[in-house]
Write a protein that binds this ligand. Structure first.
Ligand code: PLP
Length: 284
């Protein structure tokens, strides 16, 4: 395997960054994960827009243009011969002697790697759906920035796993679902309308979420962007999550309670099937 690190394509075992990298010491960095399908990037422009926004919010200088980053991602995909999988791109503020204040004249650290993953449409898990566990949202108040500061998500997903669940749903202080630990959270109401929380600093503006809005519009399905509580989710007709690596993944159990008949719902399955007809597919 080949990894891109600061301008070089190096073998996996040698892919290292400095011990004083601020990503390592402070979580002072941001990232993107894009789906790769048939060797092509899905929704590249939206991912690049969000990356630029995350960098801007943290006042990290853009290491290169979006086009150049796109070239790096394609090169990593090509060199690793990834057909269906994901590409991970991380930018940190760089390496400097440990000090909270931003260092002057430090070059950002850029890392890009790719790995294969079962193609979304063929993933057996999607046929069965997944279980979710709810947990208090203990994250910070800028969840709209895609930072590498992911310890709350690690803790939540590990606790979910110990309970036999694949994903955690974070619950805010008022009892509303914010989002998944690494996904956006959705439900379908009795009338067939789809509900997901509105964008704010409480959630990540998911690229899959944005594209799914287009899919819903194309399908003539009503979307309501508002917070919902766990009770509403427990008794929803369907539930699902979205993320670049999972597309639309049906949720069949929340906190051990089956959602409807405990099987993936028709809306989630249809959205999953139709997603890639709407998503932007970049040239290889
Ligand atoms: N919310 C959080 C906290 C995430 O970490 C992710 C993706 O990893 C998402 C939502 C989904 O975002 P996207 O659809 O861009 O993958």
């Amino acid at each position: 395997r080949i990894v891109y690190v600061n301008g070089r394509y190096v073998p996996y075992a040698q892919a290292a960054v400095h011990a004083e990298d601020r990503g390592f010491q402070f979580g002072d960095g941001i990232y993107e994960v894009c789906e790769v399908r048939g060797g092509r990037l899905i929704d590249e422009a939206r991912h690049m827009q969000r990356l630029a926004r995350s960098l801007g919010e943290l006042e990290i200088a853009a290491p290169m243009s979006a086009a150049a980053l796109g070239h790096v991602m394609r090169e990593v995909i090509r060199r690793n011969r990834v057909k269906d999988g994901l590409v991970y791109l991380q930018v940190t503020r760089g390496a400097a002697p440990r000090e909270f204040l931003f260092p002057a004249d430090t070059e950002p650290t850029v890392v890009c790697l790719a790995r294969p993953m079962a193609s979304a449409g063929l993933d057996a898990r999607a046929l069965e759906g997944i279980a979710v566990k709810s947990m208090p949202d203990i994250r910070w108040q800028r969840c709209d920035i895609k930072t590498v500061m992911l310890l709350p998500a690690c803790l939540a997903k590990e606790a979910a796993r110990q309970d036999g669940a694949r994903e955690a749903w974070f619950i805010d202080a008022d009892g509303f679902v914010t989002e998944g630990a690494s996904s956006n959270a959705w439900i379908v109401d009795a009338g067939g309308a789809v509900i997901t929380r509105q964008l704010s600093s409480a959630i990540l503006p998911g690229v899959t979420r944005a594209t799914l809005r287009d899919v819903l519009e194309g399908e003539g399905i009503t979307l309501t962007e508002r917070p919902f509580r766990l009770d509403e989710a427990y008794s929803a007709r369907e539930a699902f999550i979205t993320s670049a690596t999972q597309t639309v993944m049906p949720v069949v159990r929340i906190d051990g309670r089956p959602i409807a008949d405990g099987k993936p719902g028709p809306v989630a399955q249809r959205l999953r099937l139709n997603f890639h007809q709407i998503a932007a597919i970049s040239s290889a």
